[in-house]
Design a protein around this ligand. Structure first.
Ligand SMILES: Cc1ncc(C[n+]2csc(CCOP(=O)(O)OP(=O)(O)O)c2C)c(N)n1
Length: 660
């Protein structure tokens, strides 16, 4: 049992490390770590199941600092509890180039950082995915191997962001009772008191979303402990509103927005030292306090060892699956299953919409990989993301592999990030490409973190037809291609769709988006190729020696390119077609390969039912682009293609005009 006096000194260690690091960096946010130090101290010294020496232990509790600007809270905790990645020098190098202690916590910089946070609300929404993953894997592997809590610290900012509504509604609906959120209820954000911008009754809001809520004094360790114990027994997720004082301990600045995001200054730090009775020098933690923290870091060693014993005793096949799933490795048989499927496609040459082709590919994939977990933001029938293996998950039954996310694209994408970070699952979504805008911040974070989530983005152009310009993506491929470390695929037929799925699954360290059509497409890959041709990002679909014309195209427009090529060839114009399913993979090929694919035809034409941005790399600034330069329109899709001039005839005419 930790005495009150000891607790206070342990919490003050967080406060002073945070103050000192922000002061030295001359930037950062001391207010939150100082205010939330008591909550964190109770959680980490009494409840959180974690092991700094084995930070990746799959059954650890997860702790997410959703209010990422308070990063020094997390760094202090990681240093104090003994994570090797965060040394006192890292604390001293807070916010410096190359340090692990970046301005906001970045996944991958140090063990113990469970997700990248900073964009407010994201961490809270990630934690919903972590809690889903825990619940799902508990169902699958049993509580001997998987049963843990997910704790979150969220601020007023997290709760004001719209994404929080999607997240809490989904968590409440799914009754994720092992999700426990501490709301740092300090009444302050950057502009001043919360009252200048918000009047929400947060308790009423969470309760309306099927949560349990508790209110405590966030500086009373026993009250915090009692609340955690109550929350652990709840049959719903719990929000614990912790009334705190931002910048707790700073005599002149505590409780004001002045302490939110600026160094306190030497005088105020000196005054805080006096007020809290802290005599140690900057960056020095008194040995009795450090020892107490290091002991807290050892608390769960036995729990972790017991878990390892249970894993050891688990039946061989189940144990191997659990280990494989958490390693992220795919089943060895996936590649041969996809090859066999490609062989079948070459034999039958079907011409489905690529969204349907994606469903067919998923039918093969989901039959081999038990770790895929699908879903859709209320567009299941349109996205074709549900296969025979993926029964729906319900609040009381997690044996399924399919999540009805509701009309919540942003919450879906953020929850998927949480599942991927948790480990053991490969999440894929369903949504319209146009609404990638609604989940872009989470897709961007997946790319920044380098995690494997796969977004199925259907209805990928004016080809969706009658729903009109509100639903027709125009700039979306270009906008998504602009995100570093995201693979954006736009397959041309069923074979390319299968290949793109394989590439997305094999991309362990980055997210993918697969843009798919609503309309049927002819098979353009008619011969079986063992090699995954899409892996090179762009390849010769129709070769020609001394080509006068090269036509580059993606997705549904490859069919147009092929037809134009046939006409031009019949007219005696040597023409080749390059299919470009993935810009990013192409950019990673050797210079020679890229040069060879781009080639030196006097006429280069790109066809994509989107904006030109990005295409000059292939066709040059003097190349011809056939695509969109405005929003689309409502009408039957064939009329739209004619109206916007994206047809084989237009390609032929453009080529002839250039050649003449
Ligand atoms: C999506 C997003 N918008 C804006 C910001 C900039 N920002 C960082 S902290 C903050 C205020 C947060 O207030 P609160 O959560 O109450 O934190 P506290 O003041 O208690 O530290 C804002 C607007 C951000 N990080 N993320």
């Amino acid at each position: 049992m930790i005495s009150r006096e000891k607790h206070d000194r342990m919490a003050n260690a967080i406060r002073f490390l945070s103050m000192d690091a922000v002061e030295k960096a001359n930037s950062g946010h001391p207010g939150l770590p100082m205010g939330a130090a008591d909550i964190a101290t109770v959680l980490f010294t009494r409840y959180l199941s974690f092991d700094p020496k084995n930070p990746a232990w799959p059954n650890r509790d997860r702790f997410v600092l959703s209010a990422g600007h308070g990063s020094m809270l997390l760094y202090s905790l990681l240093y104090l509890t003994g994570y090797e990645d965060i040394t006192i020098d890292e604390i001293k190098n807070f916010r410096q180039l190359g340090s692990r202690t970046a301005g906001h916590p970045e996944y991958g910089h140090a063990a113990g950082i469970e997700t990248t946070t900073g964009p407010l609300g994201q961490g809270l929404a990630n934690s919903v995915g972590m809690a889903i993953a825990e619940r799902k894997l508990r169902d699958e592997f049993g509580s001997d191997l998987m049963e843990h809590y997910t704790y979150v610290l969220a601020g007023d900012g997290c709760l004001m962001e719209g994404i929080s509504q999607e997240a809490i509604a989904l968590a409440g609906h799914l009754k994720l009772n092992k999700l426990i959120v501490f709301w740092d209820d300090n009444n302050i954000s950057i502009d001043g008191p919360i009252s200048i911008a918000d009047s929400t009754d947060q308790h009423a809001r969470f309760r309306a979303c099927n949560w349990n809520t508790i209110a405590v004094d966030g500086h009373d360790p026993d009250a915090i402990a009692a609340a955690i114990e109550q929350a652990q027994k709840s049959d719903k997720p719990t929000m614990i509103a912790c009334k705190t004082v931002i910048g707790f301990g700073a005599p002149n600045k505590a409780g004001t927005h002045k302490v939110h995001g600026s160094p306190l200054g030497a005088d105020e730090i000196a005054a805080t030292r006096k007020a809290l009775g802290w005599e140690a020098e900057a960056f020095t933690v008194p040995s009795d306090v450090l020892d107490a923290w290091r002991l807290a870091g050892l608390r769960s060693t036995k729990v972790r060892k017991d878990w390892e014993e249970r894993l050891e005793k688990t039946e061989t096949e189940k144990k191997a699956q659990f280990i494989r799933r958490f390693s992220g490795e795919l089943e060895g048989s996936l590649a041969s299953a996809i090859s066999a499927y490609k062989q079948k496609l070459a034999d039958t040459k079907p011409s489905p919409a690529t969204r349907k082709a994606s469903e067919d590919a998923l039918e093969v994939i989901n039959g081999v990989l038990a770790e895929t977990i699908g879903g859709s933001a209320d567009l299941t029938g349109s996205n074709n993301t549900k296969t025979s293996q993926t029964h729906s998950i319900t609040p009381d039954n997690f044996s399924g592999r399919y999540i009805h996310y509701g009309v919540r694209e942003h919450g879906m994408a953020a929850a998927m990030n949480g599942m991927a970070l948790h480990g053991g699952l490969i999440p894929y979504s369903g949504g319209f490409l146009i609404f990638s805008d609604y989940c872009r911040p989470s897709i961007r974070l997946a790319a920044l973190m380098g995690i494997r989530v796969i977004h199925v983005l259907t209805h990928d152009s004016i080809g969706l037809g009658e729903d009109g310009p509100t639903h027709q993506p125009v700039e979306h491929m270009a906008a998504l291609r602009a995100i570093p470390n995201l693979l954006m695929f736009r397959p041309a037929d069923a074979t390319e769709t299968a290949e793109c799925w394989q590439l997305a699954l094999e991309s362990h360290n980055r997210p993918s988006g697969i843009a798919l059509t609503r309309q049927n497409l002819m098979a353009v890959r008619t011969e079986y190729e063992e090699e995954n041709l899409c892996a090179r990002g762009a390849y010769d679909l129709i070769s020609a020696s001394d080509a006068q014309v090269t036509i580059f195209a993606t997705g549904s427009e490859v069919e147009i390119a092929v037809k134009a090529c046939q006409t031009l060839t019949a007219k005696g114009v040597s023409t080749r077609v390059v299919s470009v399913p993935c810009f990013e993979l192409f950019a990673e090929q050797s210079e020679d390969y890229q040069q060879a694919i781009i080639g030196d035809s006097p006429v280069k034409i790109a066809v994509e039912a989107g904006v030109r941005q990005g295409w000059d790399h292939f066709i040059g600034t003097d190349g011809t682009f056939i695509g969109m330069s405005s929003f689309g329109a409502s009408g039957p899709y064939k009329d739209l293609y004619r109206h916007f001039g994206i047809t084989p005839e237009a390609v032929v005419a453009a080529a002839e005009a250039k050649l003449s």
